[in-house]
Design a protein around this ligand. Structure first.
Ligand code: S3P
Length: 177
């Protein structure tokens, strides 16, 4: 059974939804940012501050390569993880990719006040630009769920329903063969 990989911009709910989804499936949950934190013993903010984004991306790539070898885990990626084609390929070859979407207004109201995301520190226009530029990457997911006005339960149920349907289709495909 393949992994479930959650992608999307910062503040779309990847970690919160991922934890809940993993619980519902009785699978393990892994967050790439937390894994990077464990490996380096530094928070994301500290890695960016002390070593820069390039180092963060390199740690991220190592973590993604390792997690992509596992099975039956729910992986919450960082907002920039799938911008690297190697990461995308590794995650997608062994996982179903689910994109979480939210409006820029919702994102800013959810996490705009927090201080733990180095790439959210710039002016609003810059964040909006980053958000727009990244939409084409996230849109390549197998399923996209808009979390803007939904509760965690609603988002998780939507994902579970879609997964159930997909599995049924796959099984009936096998039965026909
Ligand atoms: C980033 C998103 C963050 C974290 C880092 C960079 C990005 O993760 O990986 O600050 O490039 O969008 P979240 O999406 O979990 O906030």
């Amino acid at each position: 059974m393949r992994n479930i990989v959650l992608i999307g911009f910062m503040g779309t709910g990847k970690s919160t939804v991922g934890k809940y989804l993993a619980q519902s499936l009785a699978w393990d949950f892994v967050d790439t940012d937390c894994e990077i934190g464990e490996v380096t013993n530094l928070s994301v903010t500290e890695i960016f501050r002390r070593h820069g984004e390039t180092r963060f991306r390199s740690e991220e790539r190592i973590v993604v390569a390792r997690l992509s070898q596992q099975e039956q885990i729910v992986i919450a990626t960082g907002g920039g993880t799938v911008l690297n084609p190697h990461n995308w390929e590794a995650l997608a070859q062994n996982g179903i990719v689910i994109g979480l979407h939210a409006s820029i207004e919702a994102i800013l109201s959810r996490i705009g006040h927090k201080n733990d995301r180095p790439l959210l520190k710039g002016p609003k226009e810059e964040i909006e630009k980053l958000w727009s530029e990244r939409q084409e990457f996230y849109a390549q997911a197998d399923l996209t769920v808009d979390t803007t006005e939904k509760s965690i339960e609603e988002v998780v149920n939507e994902i579970l329903t879609w997964l159930g349907r997909r599995m049924n289709n796959e099984l009936s495909g096998v039965a026909k063969d």
